[in-house]
Ligand binder design. Structure first.
Ligand code: GTQ
Length: 345
């Protein structure tokens, strides 16, 4: 079983040349690279992006590049394991910080990858998805599922910044990534579904039988409700740590096909050691400060920072004060592929 496999160097030069000529290669020298024993061997390294460091660079981009020249004014977060310039924060997750200045708009487009935004800073931003105007407030999660038209606008007075998470790496890998463009949408004049159909958890509108259910019925998850849910859970149910998953209110499924979103509260001075998970993830700090040991490497974080963890990472979170984080992960994809796994530490 543990026998050493043959290497390329074991093979005669002339044979290797003939293999290349024929456009083939021997599997056995590569076998362990692609099928390591026991656990995957991730390329992804833990990443950390300080908002204090990136924010001035993003504002500078606002001076250097008008939104018309950018379509989306974004600085994307590169996995240290792949190097700066990599459009992957983890194997499957793209992440970027997007800036919109007062009065600007980012034109409508739709694309095959799905996106979600976590609002980091600023008042007055909004995204219109399929005609529905979704206000963006700090900590809100706003979905723009694959195939849905979306444009961004800004009615406030100060810069608005949000964190984009997309399953772009998957679509690039599948050679399935493309976009279409359209003029700005004129939003319907009504509040978004989180304020109308899904104002209260456990309540959904009775529907006429002939009305087709929407695949993505709720595309904005206001932060104040997420925080209230976490606080009640901590107080009456779970103690120092609580987690809630963002779900489709009609089906209870994950909100997007490949990406999942989980909000976490940690009370002041608490610790959390989750199981090892086969999913990779990025964490966005909505509020609070603390640190996370990722496979023994300490990442210190504060509000508005982002950090990433590879698959099967051993994590220990420590909250220095009351903390709220949102974890973006690829568990829904892995469950669909039938291999999502959690292991005890
Ligand atoms: O806002 O639609 O960070 O299309 C990357 C691609 C944001 C967006 C990104 C996009 C968008």
């Amino acid at each position: 079983m543990s026998e050493q496999l043959g290497t390329l160097e074991d093979l005669p030069e002339d044979y290797r040349a003939e293999l290349s000529q024929a456009g083939v290669a021997p599997l056995w020298p590569m076998m362990r690279n692609v099928l390591p024993h026991g656990t995957p061997n991730p390329v992804t390294k833990p990443g950390y992006w300080s908002y204090d460091a990136v924010r001035p660079l993003l504002l500078r981009a606002g001076e250097l590049t008008p939104v018309e020249k950018a379509e989306r004014r974004v600085l994307y977060l590169s996995d240290p394991g792949r190097g700066v310039g990599s459009m992957q924060a983890t194997s499957s997750i793209y992440a970027g910080l997007q800036l919109l200045l007062p009065g600007e708009s980012a034109p409508a487009h739709r694309h095959t990858p799905s996106a979600a935004r976590i609002i980091v800073e600023g008042e007055g931003g909004f995204t219109v998805v399929d005609g529905e105007k979704l206000p963006m407030q700090e900590g809100d999660l706003v979905l723009t599922p694959g195939g849905e038209w979306h444009d961004h606008g800004h009615e406030g007075t100060d810069p608005v910044v949000w964190l984009d998470a997309l399953d772009l790496p998957l679509f690039v890998y599948l050679e399935g990534s493309y976009a279409e463009e359209a003029p700005l949408q004129s939003p319907r004049n009504r509040p978004d579904a989180s304020e109308v159909e899904y104002l209260s958890a456990g309540l959904a509108p009775s529907r006429k039988r002939e009305v087709a259910k929407k695949r993505y019925p709720m595309m904005r998850f206001p932060w104040d409700r997420t925080e209230a849910a976490l606080r009640q859970l901590c107080k009456f149910e779970t103690g120092t740590v609580a987690e809630v998953d963002f779900v489709n209110p009609e089906t209870g499924d994950d909100v997007l096909p490949t990406m999942g979103f989980t909000a976490m509260m940690l009370t002041a001075n608490s610790k959390e050691e989750p199981p090892l998970r086969s999913s990779s993830a990025i964490f966005h700090v909505v509020r609070g400060s603390g640190s996370t040991l990722v496979n023994g490497q300490e990442i210190r974080w504060q509000a508005k920072d982002t950090f990433s963890v590879p698959v099967f990472a051993e994590l220990s979170h420590r909250a220095e004060e009351e903390c709220f984080l949102i974890r973006v992960h690829d568990k829904p994809l892995q469950e669909k592929l039938g291999y999502y796994e959690e292991r005890a530490r």
